[in-house]
Ligand binder design. Structure first.
Ligand code: BG6
Length: 459
């Protein structure tokens, strides 16, 4: 195997500690890494290699043993570089990377931009100018963390400038929800089961809910978060991508362009309903580095319609929020009521695709209650992927890093999808300007407000 180099810009942030390093360490434990590999963390802080690795380990739960970590950490380096204000630093970085063992051989380099999107152009430009990335040379690639741009305008500008520096095949716009096992499973469940495929439309489905709730607040990410808000942070990308997988037409095959083309068709047909709910958790204004009087939303909910023949009139409710008391992610499909003999109105069937904390599919349907009665009993059939192996399913980032290394872009977002997503976010931003912000203490309060809005229990 060729040597591999992972170079992370913005390496002293949460993403590196919580997702990227644990994913790379698991590659190591599973022998997916070549004998020669290096992880280079780039940041502005005055760290040494030792301080950086100490910092990493203090945030990680060691899965292997101490010995594994000691061996792994020999391949971790820290490179101090203020990339926002030191264009010459790219040359220093080049010399540093060239000094690492394995540099003389053919090697694959993956640059991961885990910074605020405002830094993307300067980094991409610096890498190209210092020949660390060469257009068309697939041995070096760049992963851009989301959000790609700060709004539609900046996303268009970034894309134009990156296309001059890089081949589209070298650009990986990450949406880590697409790497989650159960999100990928949506397509398999939909398109490989007659029982679901034949009822997947407005004739049978009453509504779709897509939820991602979190218990944590903004933590140390206030600087980024306050400029972004829940809609652009979560809905514009993760929840819209999930919606696309639920709503898209059947692709001709499972190739990246076939799937991304069908997702784009959905994005282009999304119509936002008129009511939104934007909220801010009580206490947000006292968080570190939040500007006084900020109106940034930490929860957002919207009702959307997909104007295709398949989905005429079916509401798609999407909701996300921080400090909601618990962390959960799921898609809930509610089927239409069926009229049974004697005018009985049995409870509606439901299909829940659970992404977190359990990974599974739960079908709620009706049966006869036991005994000398004709009463209806609602029962549940569970397919639970992770009940027995909780915590062992591949982390989304592992899958995505591996795919990017192999040049497989199926689970990354194509430029035209990003553009369509920003167009939707822009409409939501406009709506926000004229709306009151709900200051919420817990999820119950949010749910009550949503019920008032749509007459429907959402959370
Ligand atoms: C990130 C957002 O993309 O997703 C964060 O920027 C959010 O604000 C995170 O906390 C949630 O990801 P997950 O995988 O924990 O649901």
């Amino acid at each position: 195997m060729k040597p591999i180099l992972f170079v992370i810009f913005g390496a002293t942030g949460n993403l590196t500690y919580k997702k990227l390093l644990p994913a790379l360490f698991r590659f190591y434990l599973q022998n997916y890494l070549p004998p020669v590999f290096f992880i280079v963390g780039i940041g502005r802080r005055d760290y040494t290699d030792d301080i950086f690795t100490e910092e990493l380990i203090s945030h990680m739960t060691l899965e292997g043993g101490e010995e594994d970590w000691q061996r792994f950490k020999k391949s971790i380096r820290y490179f101090k570089f203020d990339f926002g204000s030191d264009p010459e630093g790219f040359k220093r970085l080049g010399s540093f990377l060239a000094s690492l063992p394995g540099a003389g051989e053919e090697r694959d380099t993956l640059f991961y931009l885990a910074t605020e999107p405002g830094f993307f152009p300067v980094i991409a430009h610096g890498l190209a100018m210092s020949k660390l990335v060469t257009k068309g040379d697939m041995s070096s690639k760049i992963i851009f963390e989301k959000p790609f741009g700060k709004n539609l305008q900046t996303a268009i500008e970034y894309n134009r400038s990156f296309n001059k520096l890089l081949d589209e095949k070298q650009i990986f716009r990450i949406d880590h929800y697409l790497g989650k096992e159960m999100i990928q499973n949506i397509l398999t469940v939909r398109f490989t089961n007659t029982i679901f495929e034949s009822i997947w439309d407005a004739g049978s489905i009453e509504s779709v809910k897509i939820l991602s709730l979190e218990s944590e607040g903004v933590a140390e990410r206030a600087g980024y978060y306050d400029k972004t808000g829940a809609f652009s942070d979560m809905v514009q990308n993760h929840l819209l991508q999930t919606l696309c997988l639920v709503a898209m037409e059947k692709p001709k095959d499972f190739s990246d362009d076939a799937i991304r083309g069908k997702k784009l068709d959905v994005l282009n047909r999304i119509r936002l309903g008129e009511e939104f709910l934007f909220g801010q958790y009580d206490g947000y204004l006292s968080e570190n580095r939040i500007p006084p009087g900020s109106r940034t939303e930490t929860m957002a909910a919207a009702r959307m319609f997909v104007d295709t023949p398949r989905w005429q009139g079916v509401p798609f409710y999407v909701a996300t929020g921080k400090k909601m008391g618990r962390k959960l992610i799921y898609v809930l499909i509610t089927f239409k009521e069926t009229a049974s003999p004697g005018g009985i109105r049995p409870p509606k069937n439901k299909l829940k695709i659970s992404v977190y904390p359990d990974e599974g599919i739960h079908l709620v349907f009706n049966g006869k209650a036991r005994g000398l009665t004709n009463e209806i009993e609602t029962v549940q059939m569970n397919y639970c992927r992770s009940c027995g192996v909780f915590g062992n399913t591949p982390e989304a980032y592992e899958k995505l890093l591996m795919d990017a290394l192999h040049g497989d872009a199926t689970l990354f977002t194509r430029w035209d999808e990003i553009e369509a997503q920003w167009r939707i976010a822009e409409k939501a931003e406009q709506a926000k300007e004229s709306l009151l912000l709900l200051i919420y203490k817990d999820a119950k309060e949010v749910d009550r407000a949503l019920f008032e809005l749509w007459g429907e229990k959402i959370l």
